[in-house]
Design a protein around this ligand. Structure first.
Ligand code: ADP
Ligand code: MG
Length: 257
């Protein structure tokens, strides 16, 4: 016969109980206070586990936050607009967020930081590059697996598609990209980063009509943030040369240049 904690699925309460009981005796808690603390410990344990699970499924390539972002380095970026996005109304209203700008200007950093805000607030998130997305769907061995992999990009509350523009897509890949954007329409926002202007997306997709249709859906409810500034990577490199930063890899994350 399993104990009552197992039967009621209260693993965190079971683990925390001995120390809670000690504290209750020592501080002479009321029954009400004890019960509330005991239930809270179960709740907090569950929330912590759910948070870790969401964090793992988000597949962030690296940890980035808004606190780590130096807005003074990127004056063309509207800090207030980013702070507003961090309030997450775009998640509730399904408004897409697009970052455009040259390499090293913080597009990936900001998309991870905002997606992380959504994750902290309890939303499910998935980060992917466009190249990974299209390969994953394309390389499924049979149609039902392709469908299952496709759903992976459709169901999260927030999907980040990083690096549109670094690889040119085959026509099949372009159709997968289009299908994901179309399907997300009903589910939740997508955050996209690109080093290219929208006028150049036809070349990435190898099909200007498909690119127009995709942009039409993507931009229907969207906030576009264009960063026209210097590369932060170059700044770090220059500082390294001057001996202001320790030698070593400039940034720990992969790709993006
Ligand atoms: P992009 O995706 O636009 O190519 P990243 O977001 O990958 O650029 O930025 C490159 C590196 O520089 C990352 O390590 C990022 O954290 C850092 N970085 C970029 N802009 C800033 C900034 N304004 N403040 C602090 N770090 C920055
Ligand atoms: Mg990037």
């Amino acid at each position: 016969m399993k104990n009552v904690y197992h039967r009621l699925h209260l693993p965190y309460l079971e683990t925390g109980l001995p120390s809670l009981l000690d504290q209750a005796r020592q501080d002479q808690w009321t029954y009400e206070h004890f019960l509330e603390r005991a239930l809270t410990s179960e709740l907090e344990g569950r929330e912590q586990t759910a948070h870790l699970r969401r964090l793992k499924s988000a597949r962030f390539p690296t940890a980035k936050s808004l606190e780590m972002f130096d807005f003074s380095f990127q004056p063309t970026l509207n800090e207030r607009q980013i702070r507003e996005l961090a309030g997450l109304s775009f998640v509730r209203t399904g408004r897409n967020v697009i970052f455009l700008g040259p390499p090293g200007t913080g597009k990936t950093h900001l998309s991870i930081a905002l997606a992380n805000e959504a994750l902290q607030a309890g939303h499910s998130v998935l980060f992917t590059t466009l190249a990974d997305l299209v390969h994953t769907v394309e390389q499924a061995a049979h149609p039902s697996l392709a469908q299952q992999r496709f759903r992976r990009y459709v169901t999260p509350n927030v999907l980040v598609i990083d690096e549109v523009g670094y690889t040119t897509l085959s026509s099949e890949q372009a159709r997968h990209f289009f299908a994901v954007i179309t399907a997300r329409y009903e589910h939740g926002p997508v955050m996209v980063t690109s080093n290219l202007d929208f006028s150049q997306w036809g070349e990435v997709l190898g099909d200007s009509i498909l690119a127009t249709a995709l942009l039409d859906r993507l931009l229907h409810h969207a906030e576009v943030l264009t960063i026209n500034g210097p590369s932060y990577r170059m700044k770090e490199r220059a500082q390294m040369k001057q001996g202001l930063l320790p030698d070593g890899p400039v940034s720990s994350e992969r790709g993006g240049e």
